[in-house]
Design a protein around this ligand. Structure first.
Ligand code: 5GP
Ligand code: SF4
Ligand code: MG
Length: 457
C-alpha cells in the first residue's frame, strides 16, 4: 500500500494535493483509493475500489474541497490482510471522545489477531476485516489521553512492519515500526505545509522538498506549532524491506536515502559477476527488470536491447488478485520485439514468485525466434511468505519454496536460471540493515501466532 498525509498552516487545496500524492503512489496499490480531509470542523472521507483516477473524478474531489482545509491523508491499497471489499478501503475513520480520527496504513501487524480477539472479548465492535482497524481502535480506546500519547502507547502494543499516517481535525501524525520495515518520509512545501509519504516521489509530486525519513520507531506530528518528534521505540536494528528496492518502490524514489534505480543497477552488476553467461543481448522484463538489466549489461559488456514491448496501458500484473487474471494479463501487457530474433538472450527480471509469468515470457521470446533464453533474477529465491505487508503469496504458491532452482529452470523453460545471492543483494542495497525474511526465513519483526501460520504451510 501507499500512504500520504499533509498538514498546511494556511488553508490549502488539501484534497487536490492529496490526490496528486496518491497518484504518485499508484504503483503501491491499485485495488482501492481514499482521501480524508478536515478544516478543523468538518471531517470528510471519500474512498472506493479502483485506481486513484477511477475513484476520484472532478465531482468526487469537489465533495472534499473544503475551502479552508488544513489536514488530509490518503491511501492506495492492495490487500494483504482483509479481502478486497469496499469496506476495507482506507482511510478508516472512527469517532472518539476526542473527535474524529482518520488512519491510513501500509504494512501488517503480526499480532493483530490476538489484539482483535482481546478487544472483541471486551465488547469492541469492528466494521472491517483489516488489521489497521485494530490499531485505530486501540488509539480510540486510549482517547482519554492526548492523541500523541495514545498513539505512542498503541505503537508499543503493535508488532510487525508498518508505516501509518493518522489525522485528527487539527493534527497530522506519522509513525513507523521500530525496525523501519515499511518506509515513510517527510517533506515540506514552500508555503510551509508538512507532507508525509511512503516515497519521496510523492513529496515531489506536490511540490515539496524531501526533509528526512521518519526514523524506525519514531512518531512525528505536524500541527499549527510546526513539526514535532518523539522516539517511541528506540534501539532496534533497522531492517528495511529489501523488496522496496528490488521491486516495490518507484525507480525515481529513494528509500532510507538509498537511491532505488542505483540499487537496481548494482543488483544487476552483482548478478552478472555471480552468474555470467555468453549471450548476444540483455533484455529486461519491463518495467521491474529494467534497472537490473542495465546493471547486468554494464558489468557483462553484453548489449542491452529492447526485446519486450510493454503496453503502457496495462497495470502491474501481480496486483491482479487471481491466478487467471494474472495469466491473461501477461499477454495483454508484454510482447516481444524483433530484437530477440536469432539471438541468445539474457532475460532479467526482479523476482520469480509463482513462476507463471516467467514461464510465459520465456515462451514468448522463443516464439519470437530467440535461440537461447538465460533467465537472471535480481532477488534471491522467494521461499517464505511476507508478514509485513508485501503480498508475495502463501508459501505453497511460492515456486521456490517447493522446487529447486533446476526444477524451476525446467518449469519456466529457460536454458539457464540464476538468482542473485543474499550477499550480492545486501551489498547492492548498501542500506542500513535490510529484511531478507522472504528469502531466508529470518523474520526481524516477529511472526503471527497460530492461525496465520497456515500461510507458512
Ligand atoms: P512470476 O513468474 O513469479 O509469476 O512473476 C514474476 C513477475 O511478476 C516479476 O516481474 C514480478 O515483478 C511480478 N510479480 C508477480 N507476482 C508477484 C507478487 O506476488 N509479488 C511481487 N512482489 N511481485 C510479483
Ligand atoms: Fe520485504 Fe520480504 Fe521482509 Fe516482507 S519478508 S518485509 S517482502 S524483505
Ligand atoms: Mg515484473
Amino acid at each position: 500500500c501507499g500512504v500520504f498525509g499533509i498538514y498546511s498552516p494556511q488553508p490549502a487545496d488539501i484534497a487536490w494535493l492529496t490526490y496528486l500524492g496518491l497518484f504518485a503512489l499508484q504503483h503501491r496499490g491499485q485495488e482501492a483509493a481514499g482521501i480524508c480531509v478536515s478544516d478543523g470542523e468538518r471531517f470528510l472521507v471519500e474512498k472506493d475500489l479502483g485506481l486513484v483516477s477511477q475513484v476520484f473524478d472532478e465531482t468526487r474531489l469537489d465533495k472534499l474541497r473544503l475551502g479552508t482545509a488544513r489536514v488530509g491523508i490518503g491511501h492506495v491499497r492492495y490487500s494483504t490482510t482483509g479481502s478486497n471489499l469496499r469496506f476495507n478501503a482506507q482511510p478508516l475513520t472512527v469517532r472518539t471522545n476526542k473527535g474524529i480520527l482518520g488512519l491510513a496504513h501500509n504494512g501488517n501487524f503480526v499480532n493483530a489477531r490476538e489484539m482483535r480477539q482481546e478487544m472483541l472479548d471486551d465488547g469492541v465492535l469492528f466494521q472491517t476485516t483489516n488489521d489497521s482497524e485494530v490499531l485505530l481502535n486501540r488509539i480510540a480506546r486510549l482517547s482519554k489521553l492526548d492523541l500523541v500519547e495514545a498513539t505512542a502507547r498503541a505503537m508499543k502494543e503493535m508488532r510487525g512492519g508498518y508505516a501509518v499516517v493518522l489525522m485528527s481535525r487539527t493534527q497530522l501524525l506519522g509513525f513507523r515500526d521500530p525496525n523501519g520495515v515499511r518506509p515513510l518520509c517527510i517533506g515540506q512545501r514552500g508555503d510551509g505545509a508538512w507532507v508525509m509519504a511512503s516515497e519521496p516521489s510523492a513529496l515531489f509530486s506536490v511540490g515539496a522538498k524531501f526533509v528526512r525519513d521518519v526514523a524506525p520507531g519514531e512518531l512525528v506530528w505536524a500541527d499549527r506549532d510546526g513539526l514535532h518528534s518523539l522516539m517511541v521505540i528506540p534501539g532496534h536494528q533497522p531492517t528495511a524491506c529489501s523488496f522496496e528496492w528490488i521491486y516495490f518502490a518507484r525507480a525515481d524514489s529513494f528509500v532510507d536515502t538509498v537511491d532505488v534505480h542505483e540499487a537496481r543497477i548494482r543488483m544487476g552488476q552483482a548478478l552478472a559477476l555471480e552468474s555470467h553467461v555468453d549471450a548476444d543481448i540483455v533484455v529486461p522484463v519491463p518495467d521491474s527488470g529494467i534497472g537490473a538489466a542495465i546493471g547486468y549489461a554494464r558489468a557483462s559488456g553484453i548489449h542491452f536491447d529492447y526485446g519486450l514491448y510493454k503496453n503502457p496501458y496495462a497495470g502491474r500484473t501481480f496486483i491482479a488478485p487471481t491466478q487467471e487474471a494474472r495469466e491473461l494479463k501477461v499477454k495483454l501487457k508484454l510482447s516481444p520485439t524483433s530484437a530477440v530474433r536469432g539471438k541468445r538472450v539474457v532475460l532479467v527480471d526482479d523476482s520469480i514468485v509463482r513462476g507463471t509469468t516467467s514461464r510465459q515470457i520465456v515462451n514468448l521470446l522463443r516464439e519470437a525466434g530467440a535461440t537461447e533464453v538465460h533467465f537472471r533474477v535480481s532477488s534471491p529465491p522467494i521461499k517464505h511468505p511476507c508478514f509485513y505487508g508485501i503480498d508475495t503469496a502463501a508459501r505453497k504458491e511460492l515456486v521456490a519454496s517447493t522446487h529447486t532452482i533446476e526444477e524451476i529452470r525446467a518449469m519456466i523453460g529457460a536454458d539457464s536460471l540464476a538468482f542473485i545471492s543474499e550477499e550480492g543483494l545486501r551489498a547492492s542495497i548498501r542500506g542500513p540493515g535490510v529484511c531478507l525474511a522472504c528469502f531466508n526465513g529470518q523474520y526481524p519483526a516477529g511472526i503471527p501466532l497460530e492461525n496465520d501460520l497456515n500461510k507458512l504451510a
